[in-house]
Design a binder for this molecule. Structure first.
Ligand SMILES: Nc1ncnc2c1ncn2[C@@H]1O[C@H](COP(=O)(O)OP(=O)(O)OP(=O)(O)O)[C@@H](O)[C@H]1O
Ligand SMILES: Nc1ncnc2c1ncn2[C@@H]1O[C@H](COP(=O)(O)OP(=O)(O)OP(=O)(O)O)[C@@H](O)[C@H]1O
Ligand SMILES: [Mg+2]
Ligand SMILES: [Mg+2]
Lengths: 155, 165, 155, 165
């Protein structure tokens, strides 16, 4: 049991480092067991260092850096154990255009193996989608679905 | 396995029957604030067996049933059906297409179906065990919740890893 | 003391209704004292009803509706008691283009009396600003300031 | 009263001395993730007397001093100056321009100045009382915090109203 958890943990950790440096364009990140002597019960600590910056407390990261780090952990887990479909509800609201571009391409790559349903307001995300649906309330308070072409969506 | 179709009727703001076809790849859902996008994510989570009203942003389970507008009366029940393509046999059944339906009435009574055959909630939850999908999975990330992975206590973070390990 | 608080509370309440219906294009909103018998100690409850929708629990509102309701309360307080300057750090990340347009025009109006410093990634907000500064890290990890013209900022 | 100028040196990611001129109306601050925008809001909050490291997203007050990069050494102190135009006499002093400076050293020692004259933190806090600006005011809304007004307990919501009433 302990053996198995450590192996899995190490694999997710490796994926975390890969995905983090892909999304940030460098830098390092890793997961640490808070208490090495209690593998099956210990909490998990996150260490993240964006490129060119010094290693600091996670709380000093910016809003966008925190979101991107959390996304990197999510995709590290998905790399280790893919799910057949994944629903993401506006995960990219705090990202700037550059990071959003990176993330959109990353999800596009990932969508070869898993199906993605993404709820978004951002244009870059719409641009990498295969199909676009609009949810509207033609009658106030009642949701309906319409098909949307990308050109119709003003940025 | 992939999600082929979603049918919603009477669930939250979906007073009309709505069908959404999905394909592999990426499907984007867009629309104005308050139009019902996150309600779609809630509908999927609910059909997979979610039992906590709070996770569905309500106070009690009845809050998922369409409660009316200034021009429409409330409905008496909510119903969501997920149709999954199982041609790769990931789900433990010989059907190449699997439909999961959940229905709840204002009385509090619930009904569950797999391929239109009545079943228990337990049967649905068990079908998805170990796929990462389903009520304790990590495959549905709700609005504003992605940063939670960082702010959780390290114990609850551990739970996510255990689900994946 | 009780007299004074009730008067102030009523004024903020009126402003909340005005600002809410300006930002949402209709609907009603108000603040309630949870315990009328204890004016000086009671908690404050928020009731918000977007246009055309039924009155529901605040938790059922959408992400954007919640943000806009919170912003309406902030501006109701600022209307009652303006501050000479106000710093807003990315308050509009969950708003759609329509609501963002509304809010940008509202802030522009408001900036006749108060100075605003807004941190943003959204184009509509940049477009109503009088001056634009860019914060960049030409040297990794070290912040510097540059002057920016709107056309330079790709959407 | 309005904020005319902000000078930052050694505060968080501002290793070089940076001066930002402000005018009335709306000034927008833009830039990539992690470039230092929210650090500017923190600098203003700190100069006005903020005492909680947690509100400034750090663990201890020393975290506000530039801690170095892979190519630069850490600095020994952080300093922020706010220059305010007081020609409308809102601040209780006869000066038409008021500058407020705060400095902190790695040793933990702090220095405060009003118009370059040493003073105590209390003097700065008192100067801004009742203006809605300052450490307990409602005029600085941090990143991701606007929705907090809705999720607060009704008692703490009351505090905001009392500050304004
Ligand atoms: N039981 C119900 N009956 C009717 N309407 C409901 C019910 N539950 C929720 N709603 C409505 O659904 C709306 C919220 O929808 P949802 O959260 O899906 O919006 P959204 O499209 O995700 O918006 P945003 O872009 O702001 O996140 C609310 O306005 C709420 O009134
Ligand atoms: N004491 C310090 N010394 C050096 N750098 C620091 C210090 N404190 C914080 N930082 C750095 O400042 C950066 C965060 O800056 P800030 O939060 O202002 O970004 P931002 O421009 O607001 O980004 P976003 O758009 O993502 O919100 C972090 O990357 C962090 O490393
Ligand atoms: Mg939503
Ligand atoms: Mg920021």
């Amino acid at each position: 049991m302990e053996e198995r958890f450590s192996q899995e943990f190490e694999l997710i950790n490796q994926h975390f480092q890969e995905v983090f440096s892909q999304l940030f364009g460098g830098g390092t990140a890793r997961l640490l067991l808070e208490d090495q002597s209690d593998i099956l019960g210990s909490g998990i600590e996150i260490v993240a260092q964006p490129p060119g910056k010094k290693l600091q407390n996670l709380s000093l990261l910016s809003g966008g850096e925190k979101a991107l780090t959390a996304i990197a952990i999510l995709f590290a887990i998905l790399k280790r154990k893919p799910t057949s479909f994944c629903v993401l509800d506006e995960i990219e609201t705090s990202l700037d255009e550059g990071n959003l571009d990176n993330l959109s391409r990353f999800i596009q790559e990932f969508s070869r193996d898993s199906q993605f349903i993404v709820i978004t307001h951002r244009r870059n995300t719409m641009q990498v989608s295969d199909v676009l649906y609009g949810i509207v309330m033609e009658e106030k308070g009642i949701s309906n679905i319409v098909s949307v072409r990308l050109e119709d969506r003003a940025s | 396995m992939y999600l082929k179709r979603l049918e919603i009727y009477g669930f939250k703001s979906f007073a009309n029957r709505v069908r959404i076809e999905f394909d592999k790849g990426i499907t984007a859902i867009v629309g104005p604030n308050g139009s019902g996008k996150s309600n779609i994510a809630d509908a999927i989570r609910w059909a997979l067996g979610e039992q906590s009203p709070k996770t569905l942003r309500g106070g009690k389970m009845e809050d998922v049933i369409f409660s009316g507008t200034q021009t429409r009366k409330p409905l008496g029940f909510a119903e969501v059906t997920l149709v999954l393509d199982n041609s790769d046999g990931e789900l433990p059944t010989e059907f190449s297409e699997v439909s999961v339906t959940r229905r709840v009435f204002r009385s509090g009574e619930s009904e569950y179906y797999i391929n239109r055959t009545p079943c228990r909630l337990k049967d649905i939850v068990e079908m998805f065990v170990d796929t990462g999908i389903g009520k304790d999975g990590y495959s549905i990330i709700g609005q504003g919740r992605v940063e939670e992975i960082l702010s959780m206590h390290s114990e609850s973070r551990r739970e996510i890893f255990e689900e994946a390990a």
